[in-house]
Design a protein around this ligand. Sequence first.
Ligand code: FE2
Ligand code: FE2
Length: 267
Amino acid sequence: MACAVLETADAHAKTKLSRKYAAQWFADRAADQMIEIGTANPPLQPARPNKPDLLSPREVPKRKPGTPQGRIAILHAVAHIELNAVDLHWDLIARFSDVPMPIGFFDDWVKAADEESKHFGLISDCLIQMDSHYGAMPAHAGMWRAAEDTTQDFMGRLAVVPMVLEARGLDVTPGMIDIFRKAKDDQAVSAMEVIYSEEVHHVAYGSKWFHFLCGRHDKDPKVVFHELVRRYFHGGLKPPFNEEKRAEAGIPPDFYWPLADELTYSK
Ligand SMILES: [Fe+2]
Ligand SMILES: [Fe+2]
């Protein structure tokens, strides 16, 4: 199922399939059905639609958030992130399926994938409301880099994707909500509020299963986290951090502050 989602190119077909499989998963779980996890061979890169064109971050034109065009650009970037997140969660499930994990691990990531699919739909609807659509402008290439860099490292994947990238979402989302609130775009505000509240759980799932694996291998979570982020994450951690939401998601300050300070010193 995870591979079928990854191999679907069209964004709406991908998110629809993702939601269908998630519903099936939770129906089987509710019926107490035995589910065999199996193993899978996911593609190195997920299938993606022909549009948007993918450009390097420097080539993506910057637009002012005070204009409707600027707000469309923000929504488009968020839609792109959500679509990547759908693939990231199903990839996590398929990629490391050879590692025995409690069934709750799959519950969490199937739920996260389902929510990302819903987020993509909510933001797509906002774009349509503004006479645009996902694919109407270029998007960042390289979003899949974190996944490619960690295909062989389960703990590295958890450290970089939910605990760094999705945690970053918690830092920046309140500012985006403000932009749409000022523009009196209620639809976008409520879509982003849904995203903001649900993303806390995705970060928490990351922290939970990262700590679980540290426990299994008798490792110190903070030390390993620092090591893995330094190895796999190239962007540097940028303050200000949303300390409140990060705490709620189980990411303590001594996990991220030392990585941010390092960056400041090296400048
Ligand atoms: Fe999301
Ligand atoms: Fe997420």
